[in-house]
Design a protein around this ligand. Structure first.
Ligand code: SAM
Length: 262
């Protein structure tokens, strides 16, 4: 007999009774079907639809970049870590914020920076940010980081952006990140040991909810990002067994393949 839970309480009860492997399969199937709905769309359309449909949460004006951008503790700890990094230099550095989203995080860092260029692939979001944050002296720019030239800057923030992209799209972005002296990347990854960079379709989900949970690690294949120095600035646990990791790369570059022997 099929059980069709009719309300949230029954649904929760049914979920609690499921063995872990069934839960993992369920979340994997949900993840796949969510991303499939966005698979045929280009980046501006896909992420525009995510905001229009409120997939990452509702907001009064219809633009919400999700829990990672609004959870009080997660955001406070990130702002603190990044601002103390920025305070290491005497002069305020010029910043490019790639995939700035609804800018609730960026708006809290802005005053610790020199020039601030905030970019996103969704035109309506950029127009909204220009109005909402008009006082902050930020240059909002609409661009697709997988194909457009990036603005110049000394520091680049890429916060919880790559986790939503396919490996092919990440691979298109990584060489462009090597033009910055300082790179700060934040990714939602499983806690503990996991196989990095298992592929996914571009869409609203992350690699965490796949059947084999994974996460983006730029220093691992197939991306192989290298840097003169790198440092973990921050780890914040979430309630789902994952963590949000912020990594700093000084003078990032691509791994050079060894020259073939003569
Ligand atoms: C989860 S939100 C994170 C927003 C913000 N960085 C934060 O931490 O609050 C991811 C953002 O990346 C943007 N994005 C995704 N792919 C992009 C691309 N190829 N170029 C520029 N922005 C992109 C999305 O539109 C979305 O606003």
């Amino acid at each position: 007999m099929k059980i069709r839970p009719r309300n949230a309480v029954l649904k929760r009860l049914a979920k609690r009774c499921m063995p872990a492997s069934l839960l993992a399969l369920r979340s994997h199937l949900l993840t796949r079907s969510m991303d499939r709905a966005f698979a045929q769309l280009g980046n501006p359309e896909a992420f525009g639809k995510i905001y229009r449909d409120g997939v990452w949460g509702g907001a009064e004006d219809g633009f919400c970049s999700g829990l990672g951008s609004h959870d009080r503790i997660t955001v406070e700890r990130y702002v603190q870590a990044v601002c103390s990094f920025l305070a290491r230099t005497e002069r305020k550095l010029d910043v490019v914020d790639l995939g700035c989203g609804d800018f609730s995080v960026g708006s809290r860092i802005r005053n610790s920076c020199g020039l601030y260029v905030a970019c996103d692939v969704v035109p309506a979001l950029i127009r909204r940010n220009e109005l909402k944050y008009a006082e902050l002296d930020v240059r909002f720019t609409c661009l697709d980081a997988t194909r457009d030239a990036l603005p110049a800057g000394e520091v680049c923030f890429v916060r919880q952006v790559l986790q939503h992209l396919s490996n092919a799209q990440i691979a298109a972005i990584v060489p462009r990140l090597c033009g910055f002296r300082h790179l700060i990347v934040t990714e939602h990854v499983p806690r503990g040991v996991f196989r990095a960079n298992l592929d996914k379709r571009t869409g609203p989900t992350t690699r965490i909810t796949q059947f084999r949970p994974s996460g983006v690690v730029l220093s691992q294949p197939p991306f192989n990002l290298r840097a003169r120095e790198s440092e973990t600035l921050l780890r914040v646990d979430d309630e789902l067994g994952g963590e949000i990791v912020t990594t700093y790369y000084f003078e990032p570059c691509l791994e050079r393949l060894a020259e073939p022997a003569e």
